[in-house]
Design a protein around this ligand. Structure first.
Ligand SMILES: [Fe+2]
Length: 385
């Protein structure tokens, strides 16, 4: 992410001697997700971040594809994902392609005896239900209902939840998740016409330096395998860091919707982008105010993108039978639009309370076995009901 931030102790100059009170050097680590030619942070560790003492056998966690190719509208009951105690076990990939994995999770517990690193993917964790704390090498971020947690790939983290009722909608992105370029000035400030600004971005706080020796397991996901690497010291041993690559939180409730006299197209809802997909937030807002306006969306032919909508809360005027945690997938290649009567019903309505997250992918999504177990197969024909 483009904005500079610093926490804890750092030396005046990068790549120079920075000593502990006992005279020994801190270990400097440059952290970036795109080599040495894009955003980065520099962290100062109490111990070198390289001391592996043991490795366990790797576990295959690759999503199992059930349908690689298809052309029909789909719908899934996301809340039918069963709660599971363990955070990593609870994560179920449902839709995947080479750019991203869409994952649902209902973890009952955070991680206590291990840490997690996704070495392949930036993670965007949307918190639908639950609250707690994201703990990282950069500090802590408190989260709750409606928060997007964005975690650069390679970050080591733990999550703790305040109770057992948690529902997460997760995007694993194989390229950096960024603010949309159209919202940024030439030098990276969020522009006046963007629906959120730097004040809405919540950075890590309360950096705790854990100088502990022992056996610390970092479960690391790489190319569909989960490796448990044991280190000789606590990974959260950072005394300070600075830079532009770090986890952050942004609340969907801080997204300021852009409205108009007539229906605004989905790009006004854009929140994040990565290679070959975008994330949009549909938030409570006033409807269009032209005297003859039609608030329901027009039919549209999304010939170059699959549209995945994750329903969070509120009423959804364009569809019937919508439940919390439901997902609809409208694939590239066939038009979609409001359900019968939704257009007439929408006329005269002044506002909507809908809350939803949309992910549009520019390459088709494949369905996993898990997705088929959640599917409502009547949806394809629901426009003729
Ligand atoms: Fe659409």
């Amino acid at each position: 992410m483009p904005h500079y931030y610093t926490l804890g102790l750092i030396p005046h100059k990068r790549h120079t001697q920075f000593r502990k009170p006992d005279g020994n050097l801190y270990s400097e680590q440059l952290f970036s997700t795109e080599g040495f030619s894009n955003d980065y942070s520099i962290l100062y560790h109490t111990n070198p971040p390289t001391k592996i003492i043991k490795t366990d056998d790797a576990v295959d966690v690759m999503p199992k594809i059930a349908e690689e190719k298809m052309l029909k509208h789909r719908s899934f009951e996301g809340f039918n994902i069963k709660p599971e105690k363990d955070y990593l076990d609870s994560r179920k990939a449902i839709l995947v392609n080479n750019d991203l994995h869409i994952v649902l999770a209902a973890p009952q517990q955070g991680m206590k005896d291990y840490f997690f690193k996704n070495a392949d993917a930036d993670e965007m964790i949307f918190v639908h239900e639950g609250s707690g704390k994201l703990i990282t090498q950069y500090g802590e971020i408190e989260f709750g209902y409606g928060d997007y947690l964005v975690i650069p790939r390679g970050s080591i983290y733990q999550i703790s939840f305040n109770d057992t009722n948690n529902r997460l909608f997760i995007v694993e992105s194989f390229s950096p998740i960024r603010y949309p370029k159209k919202y940024l000035s030439k030098y990276g400030q969020l522009l006046e016409n963007s629906p959120y600004c730097e004040r809405d971005i919540r950075t890590p706080q309360n950096l705790q330096t854990k100088d502990e020796q022992g056996d610390f397991s970092i479960k690391t996901k790489k190319r569909g395998m989960l490796y448990s690497l044991h280190y000789a010291h606590h990974p959260f041993d950072v005394v300070g860091w600075d830079g532009c690559c770090y986890p952050f939180a942004f609340s969907i409730h801080d997204f300021e919707p852009i409205t108009g006299r007539v229906h605004q197209p989905p790009p006004v809802h854009q929140t994040f982008e990565a290679n070959n997909f975008v994330v949009c937030s549909f938030c409570p807002r006033l409807y269009d105010y032209h005297p003859l306006s039609i608030p329901a969306p027009y039919n549209h032919s999304n010939i170059d993108s699959d549209e995945l909508l994750y329903y969070v809360d509120g009423d959804f005027m364009s569809r019937k039978h919508v439940s919390r945690g439901m997902l609809t997938l409208h694939p590239a290649g066939i038009p979609h639009g409001p359900h019968p009567n939704a257009v007439e019903k929408s006329i005269g309505k002044k506002e909507t309370e809908e809350l939803a997250v949309m992910v549009d992918t520019f390459h088709p999504l494949q369905l996993t076995k898990q997705a088929l177990q959640l599917e409502d197969d009547r949806y394809t024909y629901s426009w003729t009901e």
